[in-house]
Design a binder for this molecule. Sequence first.
Ligand code: NAD
Length: 295
Amino acid sequence: MANVIDGKAIAEKIKGEIAEEVARMVKEGMRAPHLAAILVGNDGASMTYVGHKEKACERVGLKSTVYRLERNTSQQQLLSLIREINDDDNIDGLIVQLPLPEGLDEQLVINTISADKDVDGFHPFNTGKMMLGLPSFLPATPYGIMTLLKESKIETRGKHCVIIGRSNIVGKPMANLLSAKGEGADCTVTLCHSRTPDLKHFTLDADIIIAALGHPKFLTADMVKPGAVIIDVGITRVEDKSKKSGFRLQGDVDYENVAPIASYITPVPGGVGPMTIVSLLKNTVAASKIRQARK
Ligand code: NAD
């Protein structure tokens, strides 16, 4: 039976470290780091995510401000709010919760966020720096997975890692980080996607599989080499009448059948999700230190 990677516990430990760091900053006369979030519309999952981020900021002593905008907010209104926040020297990090309602141009929105406040690490400037291995804000989910692997002491050097999904926020940066040179990386990476024929051919050879496609229970036991490390990024809301909310969160891995043959596995919920938020906090603290040191 696989070792379960307890993302929640690892995230809590790191949050404790961040809280100590923030307290130290304040003691030294700096202000607490400040994260701004923009939420457009009332998508249930997005509202939940923003709520979690707000709570996490509070837990570690970060200031947070959430700008809640109407669903029918225009592109111009959204961009001018972003520019206003860009110019506010008391705000260190800015995230715009995605996806945005139809009619708003996500890439333009991302491009408008000042690169030095882009704590989601989605701006082309930060993406480019990451690609070159230069210090940058790493996208929160891949950054969180890198931390999970490191904290769980999982050897990556020379391992074959198969990533399923090529999104700009998970799959592609993940491939970049794991194939980079150095400790905690040095993987040989195969990036699979919806046009990959015979996906099983690749996954069966993988030492590490990162499933990030958003199809519940997609990765089944017959696709996994015994002893592989399984990282489940997927979060899909599936109907569950036994829950008060009427749904539960389902990962991309058929957990019950894959766990017995894997060496390590992340659960959903409680695996990658909590680490994503921790990475956002880390990026915000880093952004704040850079900003406040400039003065
Ligand atoms: P996306 O929808 O942007 O992209 C999905 C990718 O999966 C695409 O690149 C596509 O090519 C690939 N894909 C689709 N069907 C496939 C198939 N049958 N075989 C192989 N590849 C296939 O996805 P995303 O934004 O990266 O999110 C993926 C999942 O991860 C979603 O469930 C999302 O909710 C979840 N997610 C979780 C976190 C977290 O913090 N845990 C963060 C981001 C995303």
